[in-house]
Structure formats: C-alpha cells, structure tokens
Design a protein around this ligand. Structure first.
Ligand SMILES: NC(=O)c1ccc[n+]([C@@H]2O[C@H](COP(=O)([O-])OP(=O)(O)OC[C@H]3O[C@@H](n4cnc5c(N)ncnc54)[C@H](OP(=O)(O)O)[C@@H]3O)[C@@H](O)[C@H]2O)c1
Length: 253
C-alpha cells in the first residue's frame, strides 16, 4: 500500500494507537480524518490539521451521520480504520461483569460491523479501497482477566476473514491489524512489557507499506500470540497468563 496518497478515516483516532497511526499517515503524505467521542481530543486534533468527526460506534444514527459528514468532505475516501475499542477487566464469578461484557461486544464487535457497513457501499462504488480492522494478540491467545475482550477480538478476526472473501473482486481489501500489548490506554502503568507506541507504529507502517499489503499486520512481538496454537505453546502460555487473574479487584487479598 502506498501510504503517501491515501485518504484515510481513523474511527477511534482520538487517542493511543489510532491517533499515532493518523499522525503517521499524515506525515507520510496522506489526507487523514479522525473520529471518536471525546470533544476535547477532537478539538486538539483539528488544531493539528486533521478533519474531525464526532462518532459513537455504539449508536447506529451517530455512525450514519458521521459517515455522511465524512463523505461530504472527503468524497475520495479510500481507507477506513476501525480502531474504536474498549479493554475491560471482568470477574466472571461476579454477575456484575455483564455490563462490561455488553459494552465490550457492542463497541469492539458490533461497532466494527456498524462502521464497515456504513462505508462498504462507498468503497465498493469506488472500486478501490481498504478496510483496516483491529483485533489483538488476545484474539489468538486469551488473556483470562479480559474474557469478553478476547471474544470480541476473536470475532472481529473471523468477521474480517469473511469480509475479505465477500469483497473479493470489488477492489476493496481488508487488512487486519493485530497489536500485541502496546503502551497506551493505561497499559504503560501496569504492563512493563508493553511495546512503546512509537516502535509499534513504525513497524506497522513498514508492514502496511509492503506490496501487496499482508492480510494481517503482525509485528514481531505479536507472533508468539498469533501462532501459539500452531506452535504448541498455547496451553503453557494460557496458564502463564492466568496468573494475571490476581489483578482482578475481587481476587486480591
Ligand atoms: N493498547 C494495546 O495494548 C492494544 C493491544 C491490542 C489491541 N488494541 C486495540 O487497539 C485499539 C486502540 O486501542 P488503544 O490502546 O489505542 O486504546 P485507547 O487509547 O483507549 O483508544 C481507544 C479509541 O477508541 C475510541 N472509542 C472507544 N469507544 C468508542 C465509541 N463508543 N465510539 C467511538 N470511538 C470509541 C476512543 O475514542 P473516544 O474515547 O474519543 O470515543 C479512542 O480513540 C482498540 O481496538 C484496542 O482494543 C490495543
């Protein structure tokens, strides 16, 4: 993918990985718009020169009206990144986890479907473009304190695979970005092994720039998760990661 001449929308671009990816695409020469809920973050990004759009991916009407506004301003839009996501801890022994499960599935999975549905007719009409969906190493190797998160990302992986096949022949490609732990969204405080955002994004941009772009963007650090089952390391790694259950508030003390 030539990163210097795209017209990109990053939904979930108001912080973390999405914001850094937006900045990298812009630095490479592409035209970039970002979406998200935070008015403060959107205002700051508008100051930086990005097109900004308020959108809540859990709300059908919000996604549709953001789509209309984006396409009115960027009729040449060719790349849509579905970055919006929440990462919530859940203790499945406490029924109160259910709200977190609903929010996670509605944002990460159904939110992705809403955004993809909103832009599919436009990209197919153009006959060229790319969806970049966002999963996680956790889609392939569970992290037991975040069960609905793992389920949502495994589902987005499966959905991305089907979407790619269904769009075959339309000129619209589907690229799945599979981050490992990256030092954003508070992870930098709890996970000393999280990959620095700068290093991660540099590797991602390099992989995206390959021709043809790989179906999955796998930085070096995520390979251990992505291929655990194939490599026979899955059971040991899940057992190792289960120790993190101690971080759940109800399991301490
Ligand atoms: N950091 C990691 O270790 C890691 C690892 C694997 C995968 N990922 C995935 O990478 C993506 C970005 O994560 P991050 O680490 O950069 O976290 P982040 O800084 O919290 O970014 C999350 C983004 O999602 C947006 N968002 C959340 N709920 C939304 C909603 N209802 N509607 C619209 N936008 C919404 C947020 O914007 P607003 O709050 O402005 O709406 C923000 O821009 C997520 O999908 C995450 O699951 C992250």
């Amino acid at each position: 993918m030539d990163l210097s001449n795209r017209t990109v929308l990053v939904v979930g671009g108001t912080s973390g990985i999405g914001r850094e990816l937006a900045r990298r695409f812009a630095a490479a020469g592409s035209t970039v718009a970002v979406g998200g809920r935070s008015p403060q973050a959107l205002a700051a990004l508008a100051e930086e020169g990005f097109g900004t759009f308020a959108v809540d991916v859990t709300d059908d009407a919000s996604v549709t009206s953001a789509r209309d506004a984006v396409l009115a301003r960027y009729p040449e839009l060719d790349t849509v990144v579905t970055m919006s996501g929440v990462m919530l801890l859940e203790d499945l022994r406490d029924p109160a986890h259910f709200e977190a499960a609903l929010t996670t599935i509605d944002t990460n999975l159904v939110g992705t479907v809403r955004v993809v549905d909103a832009f599919t007719p436009h990209l197919v009409r153009r006959g060229a473009g790319t969806f970049v969906t966002v999963t996680s190493g956790i889609a392939f190797l569970p992290f037991p304190p975040m069960p609905s998160y793992a389920a949502s990302k495994a589902a987005v992986h499966a959905y991305s695979e089907a979407l790619r096949v269904q769009l075959d022949g339309t000129g619209v490609g589907v690229v799945e970005l599979v981050p490992p732990a990256v030092a954003t969204a508070g992870q930098e405080k709890v996970n000393p092994h999280a990959l620095p955002l700068d290093d991660f994004t540099t590797e991602v941009m390099h992989l995206l720039s390959q021709d043809p772009t790989p179906d999955e963007i796998l930085v070096e650090r995520v390979l251990v998760h992505r291929w655990a089952e194939r490599d026979g390391t899955y059971d040991d790694l899940v057992a190792q990661r289960s120790q993190a259950l101690a971080m759940l508030p109800g399991r301490q003390g």
